[in-house]
Design a protein around this ligand. Structure first.
Ligand SMILES: [Zn+2]
Length: 379
């Protein structure tokens, strides 16, 4: 399963001036007729040829050819089991990274000093990370679901945990629950442990939302026991055998993917605008965002998908500037135009461990009124 930390590691290898990286996004969706005939191979060759045609020196063409060969070799031996394939490579330091994505991807290739991360990050933002708790009266299993992949975290709920968890004050107990009425106190006690442990897990595993699964009586009871802040993240409950396989859990939770995210984006943009109005921990608009970025203060960046402003970069301190700024705000150095400004911004935010969200639809419309971009600050 792809993790944010992994993308951050790719970013950490970014920007080696004079030593470009090849970034490739390939639509390999096996349900497409053309891909059943391995049509993604000629598509890849075409993209690589296009880049090659734009190179200026023999030296650069030679370096590129080595990178192109690496990617083509990998793809020629590749059997698609997902919709998209992402690859980043730089032969100069033997770096090659690839992942399959269970999400639609558009063909895209870049040859640049830094990895072209935007489509990957946007795809990751399109999907929420779900925690699934599968439990009955005696057992509990934890799964995370992200981008069409599922992972089971074994050993999360162990007998050992239960033994060492301190007893909860009786004031937290809700009286006359189903389990108490049926005198199944051990089951109630077990579910209480699960509910408590969930609070820690939700933070550690970075769930956006939570799904409860298992026999109805167990999920109903667990829902009653969940603390409020987790209830707010509850996507739903479903009946499922506690013995279900990962694949069965994935299939069953598919329906919780996605639509809620749009609501969340809307709320997030509203919150950004309201916070920015107070001028404390957020700001909106390109110049204010760049200013915060250059001070490494951006904690969470939001921009309207498709927003593609022009910009400049300081040749001395690499600070990013707006289009009309020939001189750097920070060091007084000269600035030069940069290609994809948003890409440079995103890269920098991710590089310092910040979050990035490309918002769409109504959330994007709302954000456009505030300059199409903004950020929550670190301090
Ligand atoms: Zn500067």
């Amino acid at each position: 399963m792809i993790a944010r930390e992994e993308v951050e590691r790719v970013v950490a290898r970014n920007s080696k001036p004079g030593s470009p990286m090849l970034s490739v996004y390939l639509d390999v969706d096996p349900t497409q007729e053309v891909n059943r005939q391995r049509g993604f191979e000629p598509a890849l060759k075409n993209m690589l040829r296009t880049i090659e045609g734009q190179l200026n020196s023999d030296r650069e063409r030679k370096v590129f050819a080595g990178n192109a060969l690496r990617v083509m070799r990998f793809v020629s031996g590749y059997k698609p089991t997902a919709q998209g394939l992402v690859m980043f490579g730089r032969e100069a330091d033997g770096f090659f990274w690839h992942r399959e994505l269970h999400a639609p991807l558009r063909n895209d290739a870049h040859w640049d000093d830094s990895p072209h991360l935007r489509p990957l990050l946007e795809t990751m933002d399109d999907y929420e990370r779900y925690g699934v708790i599968l439990t009955d009266k005696a057992r509990a299993r934890l799964f995370t679901v992200f981008l069409g992949e599922i992972e089971e975290h074994s050993g999360v709920f162990t007998a050992d945990d239960v033994r060492h968890t301190k007893t909860v004050g009786t004031d937290h107990w809700r009286s006359q629950t189903h389990f108490e009425r049926t005198s199944d106190l051990h089951a109630l006690w077990h579910l209480k442990q699960v509910a408590e442990k969930m609070v820690l897990l939700a933070d550690a595993r970075r769930f956006d939302r939570l799904v409860l699964a298992g026999p109805v009586e167990a999920t109903t009871e667990l829902e009653r026991l969940l603390p409020k802040r987790l209830l707010a993240r509850l996507a739903g409950s479903m009946a499922l055998s506690v013995e279900a396989t990962g694949l069965q859990v994935l299939e069953a939770t598919r329906r919780f993917e996605r639509p809620a995210l749009r609501e969340m984006e809307n709320d997030l943009v509203k919150k950004l605008i309201a916070t920015a109005a107070k001028k404390v921990q957020a700001d909106t608009g390109l110049l204010a965002t760049l200013n915060a970025l250059n001070k490494n203060r951006v904690w969470r960046l939001l921009y309207a998908e498709g927003f593609a402003p022009q910009g400049r970069r300081c040749a001395d301190c690499t600070a990013l500037m707006g289009e009309g700024q020939p001189v750097c705000d920070h060091c007084g150095g000269n600035t030069e135009p940069v290609g994809d400004l948003i890409e440079r911004i995103v890269e920098r935010v991710v590089g310092v461990g910040g979050k990035v969200e490309a918002v769409r639809g109504p959330a994007a419309e709302l954000l456009k009124e505030a300059g199409s971009i903004g950020a929550f600050m670190r301090f």
